[in-house]
Design a protein around this ligand. Structure first.
Ligand code: ZN
Length: 86
């Protein structure tokens, strides 16, 4: 059985579906057993979705005069929010 720390390392690949089946199964079992990690992965997934939605918006709607630095700043901000845990 994975512990929560090991679980965290696999989240990205688990969501991608790129884990080998035996590992993915362990992650799944941990999710079943651990309510903390269930809410963690739910929050994690929605922050990814939100980030994607914002990035899509940036892609399609950024006017040409928005400085690159500002976009980078926004993206950095999204990343930090996504990984922040406390
Ligand atoms: Zn856990």
């Amino acid at each position: 059985m994975l512990n929560c720390k090991e679980f965290e390392q696999f989240i990205d690949d688990y969501i991608d579906g790129s884990l080998p089946e035996n590992v993915s199964r362990k992650v799944y079992l941990h999710l079943l057993a651990c309510g903390d990690c269930r809410s963690y992965i739910t929050a994690y997934q929605s922050s990814i979705e939100m980030g994607k939605a914002i990035c899509d918006k940036l892609d399609s709607e950024v006017p040409e005069d928005v400085p690159e630095e500002l976009i980078t700043l926004v993206l950095e901000n999204i990343k930090q929010k996504g990984s922040k845990e406390d």
